[in-house]
Each structure stands twice: as C-alpha cells, then as structure tokens.
Design a protein around this ligand. Structure first.
Ligand code: ZN
Length: 146
C-alpha cells in the first residue's frame, strides 16, 4: 500500500454550545492545518498516486468554499446563525458541536465524496487518514478502518 499526504491550511471561527461550559463557548478562531492522506495499491502512468496539485485543486477548493474565513456553526445555534446571516458573513452549518473531533468525522465523509467525484479514478484512490490541527499542540485524527 502506498500513501501520500497533502497539507492544507485555513482560518475558521466557531464556538461550542450545548452542555459544554468553558473557554470555547466564546466565538473564537483558529488557523487550522489539515493533513489529508490518500492511498492506492498502485501508481498511475505518471508514477503517482495522484498529483499533489490535483488534491489541492479539488479538496483545497472545497475548503476555500466551505471553511476558509467561514464560521462553522452548529445547526441548533440559532442565535449565532441569525447574527451571521444579518451580517452577510460566510458560515457553514453542521449538525454537531464543531469540535476538531466532530470535524474530522464529518470531513471523512465530505472529502471522500469530493475525491469520488473529482479525483479518485473510480476507486483507485481511497481516503485513508485525516489529521486536523486546531493548534500546534492539539489535533484530532480520523483513520479508515482496515
Ligand atoms: Zn476553538
């Protein structure tokens, strides 16, 4: 098995809601780093799993459209949604508390669909691992089960 990893970055704001009580209930932002690892059993005619530029073009573009300089807002956070809408501010609504763990689980589905649609060459390339750094010292991982 062969793997490649592409690192991408984005700035995003969020806040945690529900029963959570702590510093992250305040609206704040992070400069996230996302490592996306793809695997394949064999290489293409160019000796690649996939061109890094192609990963950036498709997954990077999805990140720019949905996460970069957006607020990730929980669908039950009506107060924040209303405020952002009134401001005309970019937001992406999700059905979970926007923690790093929640995000990697969500991204595993979303990014696999982006790959299937635009990159994967009918199943040759599989999303294997996602690591999302919220800070230099805090991150969450999703790994495909063997
Ligand atoms: Zn945070």
């Amino acid at each position: 098995m062969l793997q490649v990893t592409k690192r991408m970055t984005f700035a995003m704001s969020h806040r945690l809601t529900g029963s959570y009580a702590g510093a992250c209930q305040n609206i704040h932002g992070h400069n996230y780093t996302l490592d996306v690892t793809l695997r394949s059993m064999w290489l293409n005619d160019n000796g690649m799993i996939v061109d890094f530029a192609k990963i950036k073009a498709h997954i990077g573009s999805w990140i720019n459209q949905h996460l970069d300089h957006h607020t990730l807002v929980r669908n039950t956070d009506h107060e924040l949604k209303g405020f952002l809408k009134a401001q005309g501010s970019e937001m992406t609504e999700v059905p979970f508390n926007p923690t790093a763990e929640g995000m990697v689980l969500w991204l595993s589905g979303v990014l696999q669909r982006v790959l299937d649609d635009q990159v994967a060459e009918k199943g040759r390339i599989v999303l294997q691992h996602i690591r999302l750094y919220e800070t230099d010292t805090s991150w969450a991982d999703w790994e495909r089960d063997a």
